[in-house]
Ligand binder design. Structure first.
Ligand code: EPS
Length: 387
């Protein structure tokens, strides 16, 4: 059974919920597995006032007993503490108060297309769900997926490569140990000098009433060769990863491995030559392909980059139109973050983990975690794969 998840919840409504189906039974989990990642998603220089209000915790309401999965859907709930300030405006039921509608769509947000599509008069009916608050629920599901793949020897990590005009210097290929202190950087960047420059750039942007985007990279270490498949388009793992990462709010680009840079290289500089030794089995000395060839994993680290646009809620709003009067107006001005690239990288870790976990479920099945580890071990032995 493939892994499937769904989320529900509005940004200032009572809370978020998520249901993740398809984990095997017997997988050990702790509250910290989930809450640790929820806390990491709240970090990062450039966050706005909302993060001082929220302290995300997942309440698991189904699918677990005494810290082990039951093989049934796992359901969880994350409270929106800010709902206390929005009870009238976001109450699921009618209220006596006269709640003011929002008529000023923000360029770059879901607002205008959303009201057109759903026939709303009030932009809030769209923006509440379009908000990246929803990514807390994704991260909770991703933490469960990470715990599953961790049992199979897979570690998923991320770091920030660029914020605005500041780029971290290129590095030698990274190992999972290189990511140990990454959350200590206020922008989750591995290079201390670039981190400091990114912080300064965010501060300057905020002062100028601007927002900033950037680029992050997710790496999954220890993934077996042969997940995904070349035989049909929807099974190609590169396509599934790209969809999952692109679906994160505010993403505008996704690349696998060297991605767009490969387009400008000659073939001999673009591919990863294959070697064999008794010690290592098949191996490569480079990983331009980002661990994916023909839509299948190669056994090298899986490398996915995401490009995030600057957030479209601006403290100095862009020009727009009042949808009630059709007169020119300034877009909605709301409390906002100035940069959320560090958080987006944590969300992308979750999405990548969910795709990888789902591919393991597709290939190896198994009702109990012990069945899965046994099947993966037998396959690793058959192909002679060594981590
Ligand atoms: C968001 C706007 C801000 C962010 C929010 C996403 O919320 P607010 O409008 O309440 O200030 O803080 O992100 C989160 C709440 C979160 O948990 O990440 C938006 O418009 O997308």
């Amino acid at each position: 059974m493939a892994l499937r998840f769904t989320t529900a919840g509005e940004s200032h409504g009572p809370g978020l919920v998520a249901v993740l189906e398809g984990l095997p039974a017997g997988l050990g989990l702790s509250p910290d597995d989930i809450d640790g990642d929820l806390a990491r998603r709240q970090l990062g220089h450039g966050r706005g006032g909302r993060m001082k209000i929220e302290q995300d915790r997942a309440e698991v309401t189904a699918g677990l007993r005494h810290g082990r999965t039951l093989g049934s859907p796992v359901a969880l709930r994350i409270q929106n503490r800010d709902y206390a300030n929005w009870e009238e405006r976001m109450n699921p039921w009618p209220v006596a108060a006269d709640v003011e509608e929002v008529h000023l769509p923000r360029p770059g947000h879901a607002d205008l297309a959303g009201v057109q599509k759903f026939g709303f008069q009030d932009v809030r009916n769209v923006l509440e769900r379009a908000s990246a608050r929803e990514t807390a629920a994704r991260v909770a599901c991703g933490a469960l997926a990470k715990a599953f793949v961790r049992e199979l020897g897979v570690v998923v990590a991320s770091h920030v490569l660029r914020i605005g005009s500041v780029e971290a210097p290129a590095r030698d290929p990274l190992g999972s140990e290189d990511f140990v202190g990454v959350d200590e950087s206020p922008v989750r960047c591995l290079d201390p000098e670039a981190s400091a420059a990114m912080v300064a750039e965010i501060d300057a942007a905020r002062k100028a009433n601007e927002s900033l985007g950037g680029i992050y990279e997710v790496v999954a270490f220890g993934v077996v060769p042969g997940l995904g498949s070349h035989v049909s388009w929807e099974e190609r793992l590169d396509g599934r990863l790209a969809q999952a990462v692109m679906s994160i709010q505010a993403m505008k680009g996704v690349a696998i491995g060297d991605g767009f840079e490969l387009a400008g290289r000659v073939g001999s500089q673009a591919h990863d030559e294959i070697f064999f030794s008794d010690d290592r089995g098949y191996f490569r000395e480079t990983n331009h392909a980002g661990g994916l060839e023909g839509g299948m994993t190669t056994g090298d680290p899986l490398v996915v980059r995401g490009a995030m646009k600057p957030l479209p809620t601006l403290t100095k709003p862009l020009r727009s139109v009042d949808i009630a009067t059709r007169e020119p107006a300034q877009a909605l001005r709301e409390r906002t973050d100035s940069c959320t690239v560090p958080a987006a990288a944590v969300v992308a870790e979750a999405m990548a983990a969910l795709v990888v976990a789902s591919a393991y479920r597709d290939k190896f099945g198994g009702d109990h975690i012990g069945d899965v580890t046994k099947a993966v071990g037998a396959y690793e032995e058959r192909i002679g794969w060594r981590r």
